[in-house]
Design a protein around this ligand. Structure first.
Ligand code: PLP
Length: 613
């Protein structure tokens, strides 16, 4: 009840027959003095503003009261509650009171023990007839002393960040070392948070490769930020399962809104709609499944997949596409890897030739996957060349911009999506370069109805009256259950602002230019591909050997040399880089994308490389 507008009614006595009422007392004090509630069986009180009232004794006749004691201590000392039969106490702020013995006359008290143990030792409770103890197991869950326990976690995290740069970037443990350090059976009795955190330091941390370490330059980053981490805490606290609009309207509508923010800030077509998937792999699978349904007139879901559908991507496309084609039932024999040009981009000419050949053979071109930023060398396929081919042959065009998509926040990199109007879907990972914890992949589609038609299954228990009026994101992908991922995007975008995100991205790109210039001017190194964004692909070529002089066996030698040295560097633990092969050349990949990376970290990487090679 909000009593403020109901006071007159209560005075009438119209509620006297009610068994339970939750009161906001602040505006009801007057009413209670009237005695209008004396006949109620149970009342939940917010005492803070009701102390004066209780002193009046107005509640003496109540059978049960839930107290927030913190602001009521003075009142309890008065003994105003002595006549109550049952009280639920949050003890943390009431210990002094209990020592006073003010509760001695109570028959039953529910205790959260963690903060009350000293008190119990005092024997202050000896006179109680019944005390419900929350066992140790529940301390972390039903924690009344949440602030003191959570402080331990916050302190741990703070120290983690402080110590981060002292850890080897890449874990040095041997296979099974961690496994063997964990007991073979679980504990039967509850363990303390302190004991768990101790093992965290001693057993788990040595087996962590530190992705947030500013000297982590391997693969692509999975960078994070304090803002994103805070949102993850809250997401976990709320614990909402956001499968449909009704299971948390805020989650669905925030997702819709923040994806519009990103769409518009990245120069994607204004009428596209987005949803958050757990990973780019899932998003690309969703795209391939949608393409499969569109090209078979939505019959494959019903009848199974014909064995004549064809999917095309470049030889450099991420392995998730191959997996998606396998899982979709199209069959990896029907995935055609198109050769690339000298810049590692899908050759539109070769694609056209392949499509025509397939058509002549009675096959059905179903989907083309273009990459904006391949994993090996961040090559950018030309949508302007590929798009019209797809349009001509009615082929679904999916764009995998998992890593490089974030750079679209910078207007100077929008050239990468020239021709995006031809695309049917697009994915990028905010959990790579956009300061947002794994997992968070933004997936956009031109035609949401094709997506829904592919994924919609409607059991009775999920039918709602709001269907059709709102976005039920369970129909926008494979899993039913969904985390509240939009919250971290919202926190990150609001706290950074688009401008600060742009500043950071540009800073990373500048650091990469600095790194690439240093590599290019070093006598023993060469760039393997043109540096792009915050990415450099390079290798060591010992002095005396130039690119032109290399013979085939020397190429092999060079590959072994680069692989061996990279392994040594990574083992040393100061930096962590990964590799790729470009036209048979074993090459090192340097990515400068950590949220908190500085010039000194890049200098350290250069120092390590120059002294090792
Ligand atoms: N696509 C590209 C181009 C990638 O580089 C990656 C991962 O690095 C993926 C897809 C897969 O991303 P996820 O781990 O989100 O599935």
């Amino acid at each position: 009840m909000r009593l403020s507008s109901a006071i007159p009614l209560l005075r009438d006595g119209a509620y006297r027959s009610l068994k339970r009422v939750n009161l906001r007392l602040s505006s009801a004090i007057t009413l209670l003095r009237d005695g209008a509630y004396r006949s109620l069986k149970r009342v939940n009180l917010r005492l803070s503003s009701a102390i004066p009232l209780l002193r009046d004794g107005a509640y003496r006749s109540l059978k049960r009261v839930n107290l927030s004691l913190s602001s009521a201590i003075p009142l309890l000392r008065d003994g105003a509650y002595r006549s109550l039969k049952r009280v639920n106490l949050s003890l943390s702020s009431a210990i002094p009171l209990l020592r006073d013995g003010a509760y001695r006359s109570l028959k039953r008290v529910n205790l959260s023990l963690s903060s009350a143990i000293p008190l119990l030792r005092d024997g202050a409770y000896r006179s109680l007839k019944r005390v419900n103890l929350l066992p140790q197991t529940y301390n972390m869950i039903n924690q009344k002393d949440f602030s003191s326990e959570s402080k331990k976690i916050m302190d741990w995290i703070e120290q983690y960040f402080e110590k981060l740069e002292s850890y080897p970037v890449k874990s040095k443990v041997a296979p099974k070392e961690i496994y063997n350090s964990i007991p073979a059976t679980p504990p039967q009795e509850s363990e303390t948070l302190d004991a768990i955190l101790k093992d965290m330091d001693e057993k788990i941390i040595p087996g962590i490769t530190h992705w947030q370490h500013p000297n982590f330059h391997a693969y692509f980053p999975a960078n994070s930020s304090v803002e994103s981490m805070f949102a993850e805490f809250i997401t976990a606290a709320i614990g909402a399962q956001c499968m449909i609009w009704e299971t948390s309207p805020a989650a669905a509508e925030l997702e819709e809104r923040v994806l519009e923010w990103l769409r518009d800030s990245m120069g994607l077509p204004g009428d596209w709609e987005g949803t958050i998937q757990d990973s780019a792999s899932s998003a690309s699978l969703v795209a391939i499944l949608t393409a499969r349904e569109v090209s078979t007139n939505f019959e494959s879901n019903l009848n199974g997949v014909p064995n004549n559908l064809r999917v095309y991507c470049s030889s450099q496309t991420h392995s998730s596409i191959e997996k998606g084609v396998a899982v979709s039932g199209i069959g990896t024999r029907n995935l055609v890897k198109i050769p690339v040009d000298d810049q590692m981009r899908l050759s539109a000419k070769a694609l056209e030739k392949q499509i025509e050949e397939d058509l002549q053979n009675g096959l059905v071109p179903c989907c083309v996957v273009a990459a904006i930023g391949t994993t090996g060398t961040v090559a950018v396929d030309s949508l302007e060349e590929i798009g019209p081919l797809c349009a001509k042959h009615h082929i679904f065009l999916h764009v995998d911009a998992a890593y490089a998509g974030t750079a679209l926040l910078l207007p100077e990199y929008r050239w990468m999506i020239k021709g995006i109007k031809f695309a049917d879907s697009f994915v990028f990972n905010a959990h790579k370069w956009m300061f947002t914890n794994f997992d968070c992949s933004a997936y956009y589609v031109k035609d949401a109805s094709a997506l829904l038609k592919t994924f919609e299954v409607l059991p009775e228990y999920l039918k709602t009256k709001t269907r059709g009026l709102v976005n039920d994101y369970r129909d926008w992908g494979v899993p039913l259950g969904r985390r509240f991922r939009a919250l971290k995007l919202w926190f990150v975008i609001r706290s950074f602002g688009i401008k600060e995100m742009q500043n950071r991205l540009r800073k990373h790109i500048e650091l990469n230019n600095y790194f690439a210039e240093a590599i290019q001017s070093a006598p023993n190194f060469e760039l393997v591909t043109e540096p792009i964004l915050n990415f450099t692909c390079f290798r060591h070529v010992p002095s005396g050997m130039t690119e032109e002089e290399e013979e085939e066996e020397e190429e092999e030698e060079l590959n072994t040399l680069n692989a061996t040295l990279l392994e040594q560097i990574n083992l040393e633990g100061k930096v962590f880089l990964s590799h790729t092969k470009v036209n048979g050349k074993y090459s090192l990949r340097m990515v400068i994308g950590q949220t908190y990376v500085e010039r000194r970290h890049v200098d350290l990487a250069l120092g390590v490389l120059f002294s090792a090679f």
